[in-house]
Design a binder for this molecule. Structure first.
Ligand code: CP
Length: 332
């Protein structure tokens, strides 16, 4: 081939699809306990020495694709990439993307992979993240798929727990509220059940109980759990109280939502019997389920959790982009 022909020969990063030398995060089960602990360590290092990481993703681009509303997840992903020295592209509103013209999710993901080095996507349909994973050309992160999973919220929760409890083992964790539709609960329970000695107390109205498949998973793995209807009866046993909002957007009718939305409101009176070192977590957004008077209780850690969310997403982006660096370049 002539020199001119060789110059025209593009080194095309999209050829990485043949090599698949990268990892994705679709489900909370994608990482082993060992890998989760390594990620927590990296998160702590970033938290303590942010300046050491401020150029690590120079020249890299994160694409945030959010087909459902978000404040924390979207902004923390974008802030994480910016704080690593990288850049972000986004679709400001799903209504202005070509999905409204009928483009398939797979084609959208393939396209976005041509512009970016990593993709974070939230989508209202359970299973959408699995579909995206099959076709993505760059590392893909599930930022929430319907009522199914929200694995990066779980990473956020784990970093928060590990900072305040100094362990991820031997705890009694109460999860309260909408345990049926609350995807953060599903991801967190499956993940914490991998660490030894953890027990779960599921606190929900009968209409919003934890799904059967999660209970089967816990039974199969010999993990202890009970289900109750009130916070008061278990408060003094808890090391962690994980509050959740009733997920209005996943209800089939408004009347049921209105009937159930204020079933649990955590206030200072209910906190009286809690352990001194119990921590209160909430993935947020909060509606009514934690009275604002609780915010000044030193056990309330849900706004600290928000900060940890950005930190652990910095650790995740670094890990996935690093893993995905091609070891050879393909030529077309
Ligand atoms: N916790 C969480 O997922 O918040 P957002 O819906 O605001 O992203």
């Amino acid at each position: 081939t002539s020199r001119r022909q060789r110059q025209m020969c593009i080194r095309d990063s999209n050829r990485r699809d043949c090599m698949k030398e990268f990892r994705n995060l679709v489900s909370s089960e994608d990482f082993s306990c060992e890998e989760l602990l390594e990620l927590m360590e990296l998160g702590a290092e970033i938290y303590n020495n942010p300046e050491k990481f401020s150029e690590k993703c120079r020249g890299k681009v994160l694409a945030s694709l959010f087909f459902e509303p978000s404040t924390r997840t979207r902004l923390s992903f974008e802030a994480a990439m910016l704080r690593l020295g990288g850049s972000c592209i986004t679709v400001p509103d799903p209504k202005v993307s070509s999905a409204t013209k009928g483009e398939s999710l797979q084609d959208t993901i393939r396209t976005v992979g041509c512009y970016s080095d990593i993709i974070a996507m939230r989508h209202p349909h359970e299973g959408s993240a699995e579909l995206a994973k099959e076709v993505t050309l760059v590392p893909f992160i599930n930022a929430g798929d319907g009522g199914h999973q929200h694995p990066t919220q779980t990473l956020t929760d784990l970093l928060t727990i590990s900072q305040y409890k100094k362990s991820l083992e031997n705890m009694t964790i109460g999860l309260c509220g909408d345990l049926k539709f609350g995807r953060t609960v599903h991801s967190l329970v499956k993940t914490l059940s991998k660490f030894k000695g953890n027990k779960f107390i599921f606190i929900s109205p009968v209409e919003l109980v934890i799904p059967e498949y999660i209970k089967m998973y816990l039974n199969d793995h010999n993990v202890e759990f009970i289900e109750v209807r009130t916070i008061e009866e278990v408060m003094d046993k808890l090391d962690i109280l994980y509050m959740t909002r009733v997920q209005r957007e996943r209800f089939f009718n408004e009347a049921d939502y209105v009937r159930l939305k204020d079933t649990y409101i955590l206030d200072n009176k209910k906190m009286k019997t809690a352990k001194d070192d119990m921590i209160i977590l909430h993935p947020l957004p909060r509606v009514n389920e934690i009275a604002t008077e609780v915010d000044s209780d030193p056990r309330a850690k849900y706004f600290n959790q928000v900060k940890f969310g950005m930190i652990i997403r910095m650790a995740l982006i670094l890990s996935l982009i690093h893993i995905s660096e091609p070891t050879r370049q393909a030529e077309i």
